[in-house]
Design a protein around this ligand. Structure first.
Ligand code: NAP
Length: 487
């Protein structure tokens, strides 16, 4: 794509919010510096804040200094970046008062527009309605929706229906920032550009798959939001389900957006529905109690502001089965929690053992092959293989070694997920964004579990902050004769 075809106005609603300052502005700053913007690109912050442009620029600069982790702030780069920054004051709750935004946008009436809704979803409908009322939506406009899109199928559908009154499905970019991670995209490269995995990627060769997204932090002051959602809605329905789809999907016929998304939807539709008895047996929900994190004592979840009697889970583990030919009999164990021992997101593909070991009566033990895709804190892919320990020992001794695929060694800076995703919206490429049918299929599956939990058919378990979750999660996988990949 020619960089000069990228001319657009990027409008950030909720532009003085946490996400805008922590993720969006640093990503835009990098894209600007790396030459991805047309020189006339405008980044228009929409906020209620009563301030002049100069004050806004100072605030953005301060926040960039705080949040630019990889590449430190650079005054020269900021001087170039700040020329693109604009400010418009709008109270999003008042659909009648978008004229200041209309004035700024109408300076370039034909220009492509990327509307990034970095607000609570309760504003999505009214922002789109106001954009339409002021005739600010062009056929080339895009709208980016942040998660969470609803807290169940019904509310998600209501939000989508509202947005769809004003934007076509092809203009809607539902973001799941996990899909912007380089290593997550590398799953596609690994699976579909290497012949060696093709015959191995099925129930004949794979014993089971684990997907873990563990956070060591708690809810970090976001009680109001988190208590409404919990681990299932905040992490599993979206991030973990997307990872599961990329691992389980059939090869798409091409890399175009609909081919990839068609295959992901097929996976979601193949998830085995769970009866109440299955839910009792195959799901675990838990809350953390007081404990310690990074050597400091931390309070339990229910000791947080306003959540005294909360029944919201901060941890969930589920055995997922996929009813299709490829995955028949291969369980996917997924889990996610807050205040876990360490921050760790990984996918483990556990292969079956060799059919017969010629080393067994010599006392050598063969560990089964494993492919470990780490997403956090480090991004890496490791294939664990058996190897001979060098030497003249009469008995052949074996060891497990790691074949590491580290694709980032030769690049100076690995882009952040939001850079990839923002660039894709600018290029009108929705491959890494969720289509409506994907979101709905994921909610349909999640709702069946959430409804059963709501009826208390699965007791709430507890785990001390700083642990690997409740013992019930260990039992969930141990009852199938397996164990989590926790070292
Ligand atoms: P936030 O800090 O609460 O910011 C939301 C912004 O919405 C506020 O800063 C405010 O913008 C705007 N807003 C609220 N009421 C408004 C009104 N009446 N008129 C105009 N603007 C109003 O939330 P956030 O953490 O940035 O999150 C934004 C969205 O992204 C949420 O849906 C969240 O769930 C999602 N998300 C956040 C993160 C994250 O890391 N923070 C990660 C994933 C998803 P102004 O202050 O500019 O007026």
């Amino acid at each position: 794509m020619n960089k000069h075809e990228n001319l657009c106005d990027i409008i950030i609603f909720g532009g003085h919010g946490d996400l805008a300052f922590r993720k969006l502005m640093p990503a835009l700053y990098h894209l600007c510096h790396d030459g991805y913007f047309h020189q006339d690109t405008r980044i228009i912050t929409v906020t209620r804040a009563d301030m002049e442009l100069e004050e806004h620029l100072c605030l953005v600069e301060t926040k960039l200094k705080e949040f630019l982790i990889i590449d430190k702030y650079d005054a020269e780069k900021f001087n170039i970046f700040k020329k693109k920054l604009h400010l418009v004051r709008v109270d999003l709750s008042d659909e009648e008062k978008y004229s200041s935004l209309a004035d700024v946008l109408s300076q370039y009436p034909e220009r492509d527009r990327v509307n990034y809704l970095s607000t609570s979803p309760s504003f999505f409908g009214s922002i789109c309605k106001a954009l339409s009322r002021y005739e600010l939506i062009l056929p080339s406009s895009r709208v980016v929706l942040e998660k969470p899109i609803g807290r169940d199928l019904k509310s998600s559908r209501a939000i989508n229906i509202e947005v769809l009154q004003y934007f076509q499905e092809s203009q809607i970019y539902r973001i799941d920032h996990y899909l912007g991670k380089d290593t997550v995209q590398n799953i596609l490269a690994l699976r579909f550009s290497n012949r060696i995995f093709m015959p191995l990627w099925d129930a004949n060769n794979i014993d089971h798959i684990q997907i873990t997204v563990a956070e060591s932090v708690g809810v970090e002051g976001r009680w109001g939001y988190y208590d409404e959602y919990g681990a299932m809605r905040d992490m599993i329905q979206n991030h973990l389900m997307q990872l599961l789809c990329l691992i389980a999907m059939e090869p798409p016929c091409s890399l175009d957006a609909d081919s990839v998304r068609d295959e992901k939807v097929k996976v979601l539709r193949s998830l085995r529905p769970m009866t109440p008895a299955d839910i009792q047996q195959k799901t675990v929900r838990a809350q953390y109690t007081k404990g310690s994190s990074n050597g400091e004592s931390v309070p339990g979840y229910r000791e947080g502001e306003g959540v005294k009697n909360s029944t919201t889970e901060t941890f969930a583990a589920i055995r997922v089965d996929i009813d299709n030919w490829r995955w028949n009999g291969v369980p996917f164990y997924i889990r996610s929690g807050k205040r876990m021992q360490k921050r760790n997101s990984e996918i483990v593909i556990q292969f079956k053992g060799v059919p017969h070991s010629i080393f067994a009566n010599k006392g050598a033990c063969i560990s089964k092959n494993k492919l470990v895709i780490s997403l956090q804190p480090r991004e890496s892919i490791e294939l664990k293989l058996m190897n001979k320990i060098p030497g003249l020992s009469e008995v052949m001794r074996l060891q497990q070694v790691e074949l590491e695929l580290n694709s980032s060694e030769n690049i100076s800076r690995k882009p952040e997920a939001y850079e990839r995703l923002l660039l894709d919206v600018i290029h009108s490429n929705p491959t890494l964004f969720m289509r409506l049918d994907e979101v709905e299929a994921a909610w349909r599956w999640a709702d069946s579990i959430l409804e059963a939990w709501q009826e208390d058919i699965v007791p709430m378990k507890h785990y001390s902050a700083g642990n690997d979750g409740p013992s019930a999660a260990i039992e969930l996988i141990a009852s199938d004769g397996r164990s989590w990949n926790d070292e």
